[in-house]
Design a protein around this ligand. Structure first.
Ligand SMILES: Nc1ccn([C@H]2C[C@H](O)[C@@H](COP(=O)(O)OP(=O)(O)OP(=O)(O)O)O2)c(=O)n1
Ligand SMILES: [Mn+2]
Length: 515
């Protein structure tokens, strides 16, 4: 069978900007591809900057398949250029048949419901990311206290202040009592509603304006003051001016009176349901969670999302996250000694409450590699003690990189549900993410967030001809448009501080990254 005979016939898109999406939609018509929802399709076209874990992370709030195949949108770009639909195989992000790795799946073994088995699968990331240069673990350790940071020509540096969110500490002042609290509240609502109605670009623009307002220590009264705020563009300045003048916002009222918005917001609370799915549910006439329970076709993860709807939508007090972390650490010590465990996300940014629990795991000595055989017993044990109650996704990815070193890098994720043993405890969403030692600092940075902070830092890296992901920081990257012509060389990033240094940014502790 040639590649062409097994070309995808249906595709869906993930994280592709509006303008590019329009171009791709036309290309799909031309090439006879049907665009469908994520949960109906196993071929998901993703932004070229996205890697396997990011794609999965993005999908986690979307319709989930057991094993989607991610294809870089470069496939369509190249097909457009060549005026024919090329084979998608070279553009696959995670699935080839050549490099088997393991995914963890539930066994149907009736004698032990909690047992997990390691199943060989054929997933592999196409793009080699993690350790392309000569970063063996030993080298990393020996360089640990002697960071060799290649100097960047000062002339090449973009002006960071006032332009890049990541160059500034997030405001620690609470919104309540902020002199512009009323404006912020309305902008927050707009940002949320844009997200629900699938307009991510506008949602982000509003979040940036909120960040600027949070930092402002005096009440904004004039149009000039609005215009002087960083990150606020014309149309948004007009909206803020409308709020100041009228105490209201016509656009927001219009949003709120739309009969679909409240329902979409309700459905958006189902873990595993993305905007395409929620829209579809609405179009199918569903209006309540009960409608979904009784009549909707739900994926396994959506069923769990619905089962724990109230629990998952209740924020987790900080001290509960601490107790959850303690259980994971204690169990890991018993089952797999020598692991380093760090709770990231909003918890590491010192937020008083968290949406979920994001735990990063690696080996303390940085020399040993993580294997499914190391991780499965930990997950098993956490199930045995009744702490993990449900699996959402088990995924491993392997990126075989520098063949000269033969070094294999692995990141493995487990998304599940946990609960403290005390009666009355709620079910909580927990991610256990197993990181290779040489990716630790970049992963720590990524999974600490915030998402806005990460976005800003990645864009800054791009401006410096670098590329930043949770797997590493590369320099000397050559791009043509969004396409990477040269993926560059990996920089040695033993600490988070080193990443800030490379990007010529002042170091920000996690609590200052809460943008
Ligand atoms: N689209 C995304 C999603 C996540 N992340 C990174 C930054 C986040 O801080 C981290 C964890 O993701 P969460 O969705 O768990 O976000 P937080 O932990 O920050 O907030 P919450 O309290 O809602 O869990 O992953 C990101 O950069 N971009
Ligand atoms: Mn989180």
């Amino acid at each position: 069978m040639t590649d062409d005979t097994c070309l995808p016939q249906t595709v869906s898109f993930l994280r592709v900007g509006k303008r590019r999406l329009e171009i791709f939609q036309k290309a799909c018509i031309k090439f006879g591809l049907t665009i469908v929802d994520h949960n109906q399709n196993s071929f998901i076209l993703v932004d070229d900057e996205l890697d396997f874990i990011s794609a999965n992370k993005a999908l986690k709030s979307s319709s989930l398949l057991s094993s989607p195949i991610f294809i870089r949108t470069q496939w369509l770009s190249d097909s457009i250029k060549q005026n024919k639909l090329l084979s998608h195989q070279p553009y696959i992000l995670n699935a080839t048949i050549s490099q088997p790795i393991s995914t963890i799946t539930e066994t149907s073994n009736p004698t032990n419901k909690n047992e997990i088995v390691i199943e060989r699968s054929s997933l592999k990331r196409e793009r080699s990311i993690s350790s392309s240069a000569s970063d063996t673990d030993d080298e990393i350790n020996s360089k640990k206290h002697n960071i060799d940071i290649q100097p960047i020509q000062p002339g090449e540096l973009p002006r960071t202040a006032g332009k890049w969110l990541c160059s500034e500490a997030s405001s620690s002042t609470p919104v309540v009592g902020n002199p512009n609290e009323k404006i912020i509240e309305k902008l927050r609502e707009m940002s949320k509603l844009y997200l629900i109605t699938n307009d991510k670009g506008r949602s982000i623009a509003y979040q940036k304006a909120i960040e600027a307002l949070k930092r402002c220590t005096h009440p904004i009264r004039t149009y000039e003051e609005i215009k002087s705020l960083p990150y606020v563009k014309q149309s948004l300045a007009d909206k803020i001016w409308e709020i100041i003048r009228t105490n209201g916002l016509v656009k927001l009222s219009a949003f709120q009176s739309r009969d679909d918005v409240a329902t979409l917001a309700l459905f958006a609370g189902v873990w595993g349901a993305g905007t395409e799915t929620t829209k579809q549910w609405f179009a199918q006439g569903f209006r309540t969670l009960d409608d979904l329970r009784k009549r909707a076709r739900l994926t396994r993860t959506q069923q769990i999302g619905l089962k724990y709807y109230n629990d998952f939508n209740t924020r987790i007090p900080r001290d509960e996250v601490t107790r959850i972390e303690t259980i994971v650490k204690r169990t890991a010590d018993e089952v797999v000694p020598g692991l380093m465990i760090e709770t990231c996300g909003s918890y590491r940014r010192l937020k008083p409450s968290c949406g979920d629990i994001d735990i990063l795991i690696t080996f303390k000595d940085g020399k040993r590699h993580l294997h499914e055989s190391v991780l499965a017993p930990l997950i098993d044990k956490l199930k045995d003690i009744g702490f993990l109650t449900d699996d959402l996704i088990n995924h491993s990815e392997t990126s075989s990189s520098s063949s000269s070193t033969g070094h294999i890098s692995e990141q493995m994720t487990y998304f599940g549900v946990c609960r403290l043993p005390e009666t009355g405890s709620l079910h909580r969403r927990i991610d256990l993410i197993f990181i290779p030692a040489n990716e630790w600092a970049c992963s720590l940075l990524y999974f600490t967030g915030s998402a806005m902070f990460n976005r800003s830092m990645r864009r800054l890296a791009r401006r410096l001809n670098m590329s930043l992901s949770q797997h590493g920081l590369y320099h000397g990257v050559v791009r043509k448009g969004v396409e990477k012509i040269n993926t560059g060389q990996a920089l040695n990033t033993p600490t988070e501080e080193s990443i800030f240094q490379y990007l010529n940014l002042p170091y920000r502790p996690p609590e200052d990254r809460d943008h």
